[in-house]
Design a protein around this ligand. Structure first.
Ligand code: HEC
Ligand code: HEC
Length: 388
């Protein structure tokens, strides 16, 4: 109960701290929904991945030892439909100006194309809006990995946001209660029209959890021995997985995200010398001195790379506008930060730049673009129901 309240608090704080105070939208635009819900419960997950909680992904420390635990968000078609409406409803912000969809655009892999996003009272976020891509298989959310998964996005204190009293949370519940189109939606999702903070947050996490992708060129390639790949893409694929570039040592598995299960190199104990949970985060030497230290020591979440073509600009502060610039960083831009990941160092502890040729750089970028799922970016089930 408490957990869920915090969860909503996280979302609500984000939203209520956003928007333009002067502008109060009064017109009541209603969502347009299909008579039968879309199929949200059949998740389109990449081969070899599974929802965190149902398998290896979700773990907790018990007496210093990582233990796999079972926790699952049940996604139902009507629950996720309610979540979809909430996700795009500007009523979730204090002055009806901002929704989750304001900073998370479907056609951009749920990022927003901006370096920083403008929220409440014109205030600007301090980090780059994140793509939402298969969050249900991840053990670490937000740039500083402060949340373990979509079921408990707010177990970690929400940094980065303006404080918001419980008073406001009650206001939100009242506001939703008073909005006619929610009566039927709550009944369909939960069997009763009663609106609670818990129900709001659970529906949102069902919708967010349903955002999955497994129909990229790469996925097709995995079924036909990559006969659909060009030579350049094949070269890029081999560089990505090579011992020299080590991209897949961090952007691992078939979600190309952090390997952070209990026995994984960036997880709790596995691969590391002690039981510290590394939270799927590390330091890639973007700066000598970080203005934002992320999880600490310049460690940031190792993000998934699916749909990366759609989610520019890149890195926690959106400093790179193109994939070419990202590859240049790994090739010759890595700074000798004290906490730089060992993967980028030689035996003496000096930075070991990749020094890729221009052909190799092109190939890497071409490979990254095979991770785009155009169908996900256009599927109506994740689209804005308020758009006329
Ligand atoms: C004002 C812009 C803005 C709004 C509104 C917004 N977000 Fe975000 N979102 C961000 C930013 C910026 C981050 C990264 C924040 C950080 O790391 O501290 C983020 C991160 C996330 C993540 C983590 C993704 C990952 O892979 O780690 C999820 C999930 C998410 N947002 C969902 C939502 C939901 C649901 C809502 C609505 C309740 C919402 N966001 C509203 C800007 C926004
Ligand atoms: C040591 C782990 C590690 C290795 C190796 C690594 N990355 Fe990353 N990558 C990260 C982290 C951590 C970030 C986010 C850093 C930040 O924002 O501060 C990142 C960010 C990115 C991004 C931007 C993602 C976004 O959503 O903004 C791309 C693209 C990327 N890496 C591609 C690659 C490629 C290609 C390689 C191989 C040449 C590679 N990475 C090697 C850890 C790694």
């Amino acid at each position: 109960m408490k957990t869920l309240k915090f969860f909503l608090f996280a979302f609500a704080t984000l939203l209520i701290s956003c928007g333009d105070k002067a502008l109060i939208v009064t017109e009541d635009v209603k969502p347009t929904l299909p008579a039968q819900p879309y199929d949200y419960d059949n998740l389109a997950l990449p081969v070899g991945t599974a929802p965190a909680g149902s398998t290896f992904n979700q773990f907790e420390f018990i007496n210093g030892v990582p233990v796999v635990i079972t926790k699952k968000t049940e996604i139902t078609p009507w629950g996720a439909t309610l979540g979809r409406v909430l996700f795009y409803d500007k009523k979730l912000s204090l002055n009806n100006t901002v929704s989750c969809g304001t900073c998370h655009h479907q056609d951009k892999g749920f990022a927003d194309g901006l370096r920083f996003s403008t929220g409440f009272e014109g205030r600007v976020t301090t980090r780059n809006s994140m793509a939402i891509t298969n969050p249900i298989v991840q053990n670490n959310l937000f740039w500083d990995s402060r949340s373990k998964n979509i079921h408990e996005l707010s177990l970690q204190p929400v940094q980065n946001h303006i404080e918001m009293g419980m008073e406001n949370l009650d206001n939100l519940v009242q506001k939703i209660e008073k909005t006619d189109y929610y009566t039927e939606l709550f009944k369909k999702a939960y069997g009763s029209e009663e609106v609670t903070a818990e129900k709001i947050s659970m529906a949102l996490s069902q919708f967010v959890g349903s955002i999955t992708t497994n129909r990229s060129k790469l996925d097709i390639g995995q079924t036909n021995n990559f006969s659909n790949f060009t030579e350049l893409e094949m070269l890029g694929k081999s560089i990505f997985h090579s011992e020299t570039a080590k991209c897949s040592g961090c952007h691992g598995g078939n979600n190309f995200s952090a390997l952070d299960g209990p026995n994984d190199p960036y997880g709790g104990g596995g691969g590391s010398i002690n039981n510290n949970d590394l939270r799927g985060a590390t330091n890639i030497g973007l700066d000598l001195v970080y203005a934002d230290n992320g999880l600490g020591n310049g460690n940031f979440k190792i993000p998934g790379l699916r749909n990366i073509e759609l989610t520019a600009p890149y890195m926690h502060d959106g400093r790179f506008s193109t994939l070419e610039e990202v590859v240049d960083h790994y090739s010759e831009g890595i700074k000798p930060h004290k906490h730089l990941d060992v993967k980028f160092k030689d035996n003496l502890g000096n930075v070991k730049p990749l020094k890729l040729s221009s052909l190799e750089k092109k190939a890497l970028v071409a490979f990254l673009k095979t991770l785009t799922d155009k169908e996900m970016a256009a599927n109506p089930k994740w689209s804005d129901p308020f758009r006329q």
